[in-house]
Design a binder for this molecule. Structure first.
Ligand SMILES: C[S@@+](CC[C@H](N)C(=O)[O-])C[C@H]1O[C@@H](n2cnc3c(N)ncnc32)[C@H](O)[C@@H]1O
Length: 133
């Protein structure tokens, strides 16, 4: 899916990018050092989310990485930015949800990956680094 790559030109980085359309549930382009999956898994139920990660794992080289950028629900019952989004996801797509670190780790495992580390950012998103299991 590539609706409009014009923002890349506007940002002056089009000459450093290759735009490749496709269905990530079928396959993703092979051979990249890293696959960034940003605010995507939350749109899908576990089976499809694991499939997206598995397609990245199968496409990447032995030392490749999958970088999932997404909100992570912390344990406990305190208010967090992820919780209203979790309810929104529930209303939008069957199975869609904001996940805990354990749930995301389980998805990585189902895709043949290991959750290597979780990097906090100043935004509500975390970066979850997956490597080959
Ligand atoms: C929540 S948006 C995230 C977009 C972007 N990564 C970001 O962080 O702003 C989810 C994206 O997944 C894309 N998408 C949905 N189904 C797809 C599919 N089967 N294959 C490839 N992309 C898909 C949508 O077009 C949309 O751009």
């Amino acid at each position: 899916m590539v609706a409009d790559p014009a923002p890349l030109e506007d940002a002056g980085v089009a000459d450093r990018c290759k735009v490749i359309g496709g269905d990530m549930l079928q396959r993703v382009p092979s051979g990249a050092d890293a696959y960034i999956v940003k605010r995507v898994l939350m749109d899908w139920g576990d089976e499809q989310a694991a499939k997206i990660l598995r397609n990245c794992a199968e496409a990447m080289p032995e030392d490749g990485k999958v970088l999932v950028v997404e909100m992570v629900l912390p344990p406990g019952n305190e208010p967090t930015p992820g919780k209203p989004f979790d309810v929104l996801m529930l209303l939008m797509h069957p199975g869609a949800r904001i996940r805990t670190e354990a749930e995301l780790g389980h998805l990585f495992g189902a895709a043949g990956l290991r959750l290597n580390r979780v990097i906090a950012t100043p935004s509500p998103n975390n970066i979850l680094e997956g490597v080959r299991a």
